[in-house]
Design a protein around this ligand. Structure first.
Ligand SMILES: NC(=O)C1=CN([C@@H]2O[C@H](COP(=O)(O)OP(=O)(O)OC[C@H]3O[C@@H](n4cnc5c(N)ncnc54)[C@H](OP(=O)(O)O)[C@@H]3O)[C@@H](O)[C@H]2O)C=CC1
Ligand SMILES: CC(=O)N[C@@H](CCC(=O)OP(=O)(O)O)C(=O)O
Length: 392
């Protein structure tokens, strides 16, 4: 049975899971939902035991955290921040969330962290290092931005065009690709949640690289994303007229996710891997597909790749290898925390084609973030995440 100590409170996963933790008074904070505060007096149900702050709650990933937490038995939101939308209610910003009883959005400078145990940081990269640096060190943090993903800060500076503003915190940050580094995440205080493209790419490739089943050269990745991947703020290139009825490549030869993808694959290989990666924007609101072309190692067959992925992921809740020949579709993971994968023999001998799909806002962002915070606080990692995909 795992446990996590949080301030003076011990969250024992088995205990909380069975709703047997000691709980005393119930309070309503900031006009928000009811949050039960822990004390060592009597045993009651432990609903909403952990107080959550969502920084950037008016953005797409923040809104998705709020949607997911509505069904979380232990996490209750006590703080939500925004920038331009500070002062508004969540129902005004997102009518689909109007039925939730939540605090008003406040500017970060006005945020009171004394009522918060853990935060999801859903802010733009480039702004996040300074903000996280200023937060109380008692907080558990899952950062959805790219600001703490690259271990090498000179690489961050090269690809993000600005100096790293929290190098000491970078050393502490754990890269949160849950299925691959689960044990490290359990003990982390600050988790750098992976990018959506890197999630869809590393999940299928890491087990194959670790098992030396594919060549480390000539990996070609073609990825496609729904427009929500670009966030909610208005941008001319993301207008309906620019996106509808077409497809466009962007970041060609130099997308900022390249070093993140190469970092993860190189770790798996214990040697430097470089990849060709081209992302595309397609006219759908959410969803992501990565189609990956690889050379198999000498003597390796597609059946070997299939069996390796099957073994690696057979006990995983959220990563699913499909039946042979079934083609993964974004439709089938929409709104869920699943990653669906399959592998196919190319017509060219020795080559294989891997297809992986996720919902960019869920497994590619807020769902994986919640999976990580569950682990960091000693809860079963699927808590609040058992949403079935939305189809059609
Ligand atoms: N969308 C996706 O699929 C994915 C996104 N990510 C990453 O997650 C993070 C959030 O993304 P997303 O939700 O899409 O972004 P959005 O643009 O939709 O939201 C950004 C949020 O940050 C707030 N904000 C913007 N600038 C500042 C600032 N200077 N100070 C404080 N708050 C600020 C905004 O407030 P307001 O609206 O009030 O201006 C809003 O709440 C980003 O780093 C993104 O790259 C990661 C994986 C996938
Ligand atoms: C469609 C679109 O614009 N997608 C974003 C990636 C979203 C994501 O995962 O990004 P972060 O690294 O910012 O967290 C992009 O290409 O920059």
């Amino acid at each position: 049975m795992s446990s996590a100590t949080f301030g003076s409170i011990c969250f024992d996963s088995g205990c909380l899971w069975k709703n047997e933790i000691n709980v005393s008074k119930t309070k309503k904070r900031n006009g928000g939902r009811f949050v039960k505060c822990l004390a060592n007096t009597k045993t009651q149900k432990a609903e909403k035991a952990v107080r959550i702050g969502v920084l950037g709650a008016s953005g797409y990933t923040g809104a998705e955290i709020i949607r997911l937490l509505a069904n979380h038995p232990h996490f209750g939101i006590t703080l939500m921040t925004a920038d331009r939308k500070a002062g508004q209610s969540i129902g005004a910003v997102y009518p689909h969330l109007v039925t939730q009883d939540l605090p008003t959005l406040v500017a970060i400078k006005d945020a009171d962290f004394s009522e918060v145990d853990a935060v999801f940081c859903c802010l733009p990269h480039g702004t996040t290092q300074e903000i996280i640096k200023s937060l109380p060190t008692s907080l558990k943090i899952v950062d959805l931005s790219a600001d703490f993903r690259l271990r090498d800060i000179s690489e961050y500076e090269e690809w993000y065009g600005q100096a790293h503003r929290a190098p000491d915190l970078q050393k502490e940050a754990v890269y949160g690709l849950t299925e691959i580094v689960r044990e490290e995440i359990k003990n982390a205080r600050l988790v750098a949640n992976p990018g959506c493209y890197p999630t869809s790419i590393q999940l299928p490739l890491v087990p194959l690289i670790k098992a030396n089943l594919i060549e480390f050269r000539n990996i070609i990745i073609d990825s496609k994303s729904g427009v929500s991947g670009a966030g909610r703020s208005a941008k001319e290139e993301n207008l309906y007229t620019e996106i509808a009825e077409g497809i466009k490549s962007y970041g060609v030869t130099r997308h900022r996710h390249v070093p993140e993808i190469e970092q993860g694959l190189s770790d798996a290989a214990h040697s430097k891997i470089t990849v060709s990666f081209t992302p595309h924007l397609i006219p759908m609101s959410r969803g992501m597909q990565s189609t990956i072309y690889v050379e198999m190692a000498p003597g390796v067959t597609v059946e070997d790749l299939y069996q390796q992925l099957k073994t690696s992921y057979e006990d995983e809740e959220f990563v699913k290898l499909l039946e042979k020949r079934a083609v993964p579709r974004t439709h089938d993971v929409r709104g869920s925390n699943y990653c669906f994968i399959n592998v196919f023999a190319d017509r060219i001998p020795g080559r294989a084609i891997i297809i992986s799909v996720i919902d960019n806002v869920v497994k590619g962002a807020s769902g994986q973030a919640l999976q990580n915070l569950n682990l960091m606080l000693g809860f079963p990692e699927n808590t609040g995440l058992l949403y079935q995909p939305l189809f059609p």
